[in-house]
Design a protein around this ligand. Structure first.
Ligand code: TRP
Ligand code: ZN
Ligand code: CA
Length: 446
């Protein structure tokens, strides 16, 4: 038998009716949502596989641009600007903020393309870059359509994933590398002193699809080196330290400015040794790229596996370094269902609201937090249970003669025998006639 309502409780109930009405105004939008899945807070997000077919499609476009512009994409030639316009068009359509930086070199205007992915902590910017110019001798598809296309497709994957990285992500396509890293040096020199320190790392990709490939990792900043080595270890592909000319690409100006650098390289005009052919396949005694700086550096001058693995490695590194995508998963992940759920008056059935948890590993903790917000004119009417993915129930709130309205409480549950992933339910039943209410929202914090 329940105690009669005090006048105070009735006044509170009247106030609540107003609150409930206010909620009622927004309810149609909220309730139109299909079985609210719960909001997933940022946790470990696996890097995507970069589709090598997409990378090759960019290379085919760059080849066509060279064909239509006198056979090359060199600084100061029409094929360079056409290449830049192609890359910029893709990035603009994907939601990047792009800017074109002009400079002058050897009597011609050069262009860098900078693409920022909105969001992330700009004081900790992770950059990936590749030179977009070819030599005048040929179309420059391995050197360096390959790096250009690899970072382009990774940028597009960032957009497809609508990645919300902790750090800020910036991509760059450099002009006039073949004239002595002119574009990248111009970029670094034009950074304000205070802005240099905001670049946590620069990753360079110059030649990543060599036809007789090696797997070389720049041996510079240990953290950046390790992230690539870790990736190739997952593929059981042995790597070597890049030794084919340390200052020979666009990472050099960054390194000179004190910015940590890293990168990948599949080899240029050095010769593959017998030991290297043994571990990587291909031809010993032959150059990694016999068409280096030659007219035959066309879309046939690409090893698809090298292009594929290196492109995937770019994505892996950026996800690891910028996205907070490191393992183990974020221990503070929380999942919420904010869809209102009416609890019918007694005697009525129990009702349940669900939260589906994904992306976590192992069991829930012995101190799982369960936040419950319920609007009710007499909280003692409510019996509330948490039901774990196993089906086991955990009592959170018992019926009582507590006449105070509403519940806004975070309960601690020993849920260590439950897997974290799965469907969790909150079960509510009204055990006292007359007063009524609804579940406003609930939340699991792991
Ligand atoms: N940067 C050179 C070019 O574009 C290629 C190259 C030679 C290279 N050795 C390297 C690139 C070492 C990176 C690392 O012609
Ligand atoms: Zn190059
Ligand atoms: Ca009731």
């Amino acid at each position: 038998m329940r105690t009669p309502h005090s006048p105070r409780a009735l006044a509170a109930a009247a106030a609540l009716a107003t609150a409930a009405l206010a909620v009622g105004v927004v309810a149609p939008t909220v309730q139109a949502a299909p079985a609210a899945p719960g909001r997933v807070s940022p946790a470990a997000v696996a890097a995507p596989d970069i589709p090598v077919a997409n990378v090759k499609a960019h290379l085919a476009q760059l080849q066509q641009i060279a064909n239509a512009n006198g056979g090359n994409r060199a600084h100061g030639r029409s094929g360079y600007k056409a290449s830049l316009d192609y890359v910029k068009g893709k990035l603009d359509a994907a939601g990047f903020t792009t800017s074109v930086q002009q400079f002058s070199s050897s009597g011609a205007t050069g262009y860098n393309l900078i693409a920022d992915w909105p969001g992330g902590d700009a004081s900790r910017t992770v950059m990936a870059g590749a030179h977009l110019d070819s030599v005048t001798a040929g179309p420059g598809i391995n050197d360096n359509g390959s790096g250009s296309a690899g970072i382009l497709e990774t940028a597009l994957a960032v957009s497809r994933a609508q990645l919300k990285p902790d750090k800020h992500l910036r991509f760059a396509w450099w002009g006039a590398e073949e004239l002595g890293m002119v574009g990248s040096r111009y970029y670094v020199n034009s950074l304000a002193t205070g802005d240099r320190s905001k670049i946590s790392g620069y990753l360079n990709f110059d030649m990543i699809g060599s036809p007789n490939p090696g797997y070389f990792v720049y041996d510079d900043d240990p953290t950046l080196e390790k992230v690539f080595k870790d990736y190739f270890a997952t593929l059981s592909i042995p790597t070597e330290i890049e030794t084919e000319g340390d200052g020979r690409s666009d990472h050099a100006p960054f390194k000179s400015a004190g910015i940590p650098v890293g990168g990948l390289f599949s080899g240029a005009d050095y010769t593959k040794t017998a030991a290297q052919a043994q571990k990587w396949g291909g031809s010993m005694g032959q150059e990694f790229d016999a068409c280096y700086h030659a007219s035959c550096d066309t879309s046939s001058n690409i090893n698809d596996s090298a292009l594929d693995h290196n492109s995937d490695a770019i994505a892996y590194a950026l996800w690891q370094l910028a996205a907070g995508g490191s393992t183990p998963p974020d221990p503070g992940g929380s999942f919420e269902n904010t869809t209102d759920l009416a609890v019918p008056d007694s005697p009525g059935p129990a009702v349940t609201s669900s939260i589906t948890v994904t992306g976590r590993t192992g069991n829930a903790s012995s101190a799982l937090k369960v936040g419950v917000k319920a609007v009710h004119t007499y909280s003692g009417d409510l019996v509330i249970d948490l039901v774990g993915p196993s089906g086991r129930s955990y009592r959170l709130h018992n019926s009582s003669s507590d006449s105070t309205p509403n519940i806004d409480t975070t309960y601690t549950v020993n849920a260590s025998s439950e897997t974290a992933n799965g469907t969790w339910k909150l079960k509510l039943q009204d055990k006292g006639p007359q007063d009524t209410g609804y579940l406003d929202s609930w939340k699991l914090t792991f």
